[in-house]
Write a protein that binds this ligand. Structure first.
Ligand code: P53
Length: 491
């Protein structure tokens, strides 16, 4: 058996995609609460006010807020050692800038973490998973304001102090590199990631597709910089509050290959990998911007005078203890503009003729995971790695007897776990694996329930019907064997 004895197996979720109860116990509105649903061809739209006639998937999500005991018991039944979840910032500071935290919100996560420990499950907590309080968007332009650095570090400190004996593993920002991904991701990155929206969009009376949100690259890069500083300050605060904390970063690692051996494609792919994946990773692991970033900033007319000497010091002092990333797919990069694209309205690259794709155009590439783990270990040789999201969004069919035969999902996971096994064999220090959406939840990209990821089915649908009941898919029993055998029994 290759996986280390204390390897952490589990699953990953985000508060806004699961909890629902969007105004309960004093929670304030946060960014996802303003987003309507879409599908593979229709981008999610955003409406900067709550319309009583519209369906906002996050408002009820899968009602984890009231089902957490049942859900965590089912996670334990699978034999998990770790559960990745996020704290919804707006439950703790409903407006983001409140003087005092909301006790009811803090108490909810006490109960959730206690429930995890009751079952021997270690929580891995993301502080900010696309959950910036809406008031920070409207009053501060999100992370574009340096004041938001203070608001975030206060929130982080509050969580670290409160849960210092219940949570050991923390992540600062989910997929911090999303604002660098381009394509349909600029709206997603600006709004979801940075809480940054231009005034003309904030005041819109009609729904705006996420992909059409106005982008201001100067503001986007300043906001991202402020987020780096906020992350580094949180890492420092966490280590001061409990030196045993392990605090990681989180990167959406969309690995890309050159579409052809044309050296122009090779160079373009290297540039893409540098900017999309490595820039953020380097800042958070090595504590400084990489050299290539400055050429990119110059070419994009970004004035980087906001990167002060004092900030550089903070980045250097706030490097992470481990590197985590999401891995779903790979894409190809080419200078040939006529090459066939992949990925629906969120397209991020060219189609790879050797790979099959999901119904959402995400190309399935288990070998790419082994390749990625090796790339990351080459780049950050002293840093433990963890895959904190990997999964297969698919339409599921419920049989007459209630069973769900999701062999396609089992096949996806089996090949990706084999790839991790190979990487461990290659010498990669991989410490854990949390699958994305172990229980069906709301898709971040499309807002759909129909894009299901779970081992556990949730009876809830895009038309707002369903009773939120949970049931086990075939993949549930399969993953149970994987966790219980420490990855030896892949069926
Ligand atoms: P959905 C794009 C590309 C890679 C990962 O995504 C992404 C996204 C954003 O859609 O996000 C992560 O739900 C994210 C999760 C999200 C998951 O991937 O669009 O951290 O919140 O649900 C899957 O299928």
């Amino acid at each position: 058996m290759t996986f280390p004895k204390d390897f952490l197996w589990g699953g990953a979720t985000a508060a806004n995609q699961c909890e629902g109860a969007y105004l309960e116990d004093g929670k304030g509105l946060s960014v996802p609460d303003m987003l309507l649903g879409g599908d593979v061809d229709t981008p999610r739209t955003f409406l900067p006010k709550t319309d009583p006639n519209a369906f906002y998937p996050s408002h009820e999500a899968i009602d984890f807020y009231h089902h957490y005991k049942e859900d965590i018991a089912m996670f334990a039944e699978m034999g998990w050692g770790v559960f990745r979840l996020s704290i919804n910032w707006g439950r703790i500071f409903p407006n983001g800038d409140d003087a005092e935290p909301n006790e009811a919100g803090l108490a909810f996560y006490d109960k959730v973490f206690d429930e995890c420990h009751k079952h021997g499950i270690e929580p891995l907590v993301t502080l900010c998973h696309y959950e910036i309080p809406w008031n920070i968007v409207t009053q501060y332009h999100g992370f574009y304001s340096r004041q938001t650095i203070d608001l975030f570090t206060k929130y982080a400190r509050t969580c670290f102090e409160r849960y210092k004996d219940k949570v050991k593993y923390w992540l600062t920002f989910n997929e911090i590199n999303i604002p660098l991904m381009g394509g349909g991701h600029s709206g997603l990155g600006n709004l979801y990631g940075l809480g940054l929206m231009q005034d003309e969009d904030i005041n819109s009376e009609t729904p705006i597709p996420l992909s059409d949100l106005k982008d201001n690259p100067q503001m986007r890069f300043e906001a991202l910089h402020n987020q780096f500083v906020a992350s580094a300050l949180a890492v420092q605060a966490g280590h001061e509050i409990n030196p045993d904390f392990k605090i990681g970063n989180m990167i959406a690692h969309i690995t890309t290959y050159p579409l052809t051996p044309n050296p122009k494609d090779i160079l373009e792919n290297q540039r893409n990998m540098h900017i999309s994946n490595d820039l953020c990773g380097d800042v958070q692991v090595r504590g400084a911007y990489p050299d290539f970033a400055f050429r990119y900033f110059k070419e994009n007319q970004i004035d980087v005078s906001y990167i002060t000497e004092a900030d550089k010091e903070i980045l250097k002092e706030g490097t992470v203890d481990f590197y985590t990333f999401s891995y779903y797919m790979t894409n190809c990069i080419t200078v040939d503009e006529s090459a066939e694209k992949i990925g629906g309205n969120m397209s991020m690259g060219a189609k790879n003729p050797y790979l099959k794709a999901s119904d959402w155009g995400w190309q399935i590439d288990p070998d790419g995971l082994r390749y990625t783990l090796n790339l990351l270990h080459d780049r950050y040789p002293d840093t433990p790695l963890m895959v904190v999201e990997n999964g297969f969004g698919a339409f599921d069919q419920v049989e007459a007897d209630g069973s769900i035969h999701d062999d396609y999902r089992i096949a996806y996971f089996k090949e990706h776990i084999k790839a991790m096994d190979e990487a461990v064999e290659d010498g990669v220090p991989l410490i854990g694996y949390t699958t994305w959406g172990p229980i069906d939840l709301v898709s971040a990209g499309t807002g759909q329930y129909a894009k299901r990821y779970g081992f556990i089915y949730v009876d809830r649908h895009d038309d707002g019907t369903g009773d939120f009941s949970r049931s086990r898919k075939d993949s549930f029993y399969w993953y149970q064997k994987v966790c219980q055998s420490n990855g030896a029994d892949l069926g």
